[in-house]
Write a protein that binds this ligand. Structure first.
Ligand SMILES: [Zn+2]
Length: 276
């Protein structure tokens, strides 16, 4: 277990260091098990990142904090995802997924990303590893060398964990609004991405995790759809759909099949994330 993350990271990097075979074949080959594991971890992290935006808006209204820049909000959503997904040292599946999320960011070529509000991809990877290390510095001692020595990973983790517990979580024992899940029928070519997302359980896990720990006051939906033709077709994103009165506002997390499809085919090469 001690070196679990090293072997996981190495295997993921090896898979994606090689030119994507399926890409060369026009993307028609089925994804390998390694690729599927990698995409599952990455998709889960991005979905939980959007949940961070959702909770920041619906529960704490942090999105309107005038002192925060857009990149501050993005960093916060990443940290939120990391706290919600933090695996125990004895949870190899959870560990593999979070390592895959970090490895995913390491694959991104920053130079091709446009209009990017998030931190550089490599920074997002090292922040994930910093928080993972900070969550349990003994169990994850091997990660220490990968973290920025100027960052107090333990302190950052504990502060964020405390903030979520004290500001966001609900201990009334009562449940707020249920989250609606919608899997829209995939358009031509998006069936594999749709099937993959359903089989992954990511959406259902996210619904359960949020409903269990947080009290939702508004109608909330996680929708998986084909986004071709929309402004942001290769991404996940969060919207607040305004109603006549704020209590009727509808909160929507959108997961585009196209983003999943592209990762299954090409890994992170050519990733143009405009997810906000
Ligand atoms: Zn974001």
């Amino acid at each position: 277990m001690r070196s679990f993350w090293i072997s996981a990271l190495a295997s993921v990097l090896m898979v994606f260091a090689a030119p994507a075979a399926s890409h060369a074949q026009g993307g028609s080959a089925p994804a390998s098990a390694e690729t599927e594991n990698f995409v599952r971890g990455f998709v889960r992290f991005l979905a939980y990142h959007e949940a961070g935006h959702l909770l920041m808006t619906q529960i704490a209204d942090l999105n309107n904090n005038p002192d925060w820049s857009q990149s501050d909000r993005e960093d916060y959503a990443d940290k939120f995802a990391m706290i919600l997904l933090r695996p125990d040292a004895n949870d190899p599946d959870g560990l593999e997924e979070i390592v895959n999320a970090a490895a995913g960011w390491l694959q991104v070529d920053d130079s091709i990303i446009r209009n990017e509000p998030h931190a550089p991809a490599s920074q997002r990877a090292s922040d994930i590893l910093c928080l993972l290390y900070g969550s349990d510095p003994e169990a994850f001692a091997d990660l220490r060398d990968l973290t920025d020595p100027s960052m107090d990973c333990v302190g950052i983790y504990q502060a964020m964990e405390r903030e979520i517990r004290e500001v966001f979580q609900d201990y009334s024992g009562e449940m707020g609004q249920e989250i609606n899940i919608v899997y829209a029928r995939p358009t031509l070519g998006m069936k594999a991405a749709h099937d993959f997302l359903r089989a992954s359980g990511v959406v259902e896990d996210l619904k359960d995790d949020i409903e269990f720990d947080f009290y939702l006051t508004n109608k909330t939906t996680i929708q998986a759809i084909s986004c071709d033709g929309r402004v942001k077709s290769d991404s996940f994103y969060f919207d607040r759909v305004r109603a006549a009165s704020p209590e009727d506002d509808h909160f929507v997390i959108t997961l585009c099949y196209e983003m999943i499809d592209a990762r299954l085919k090409y890994g992170m090469k050519g990733f143009e994330d405009q997810a906000q």
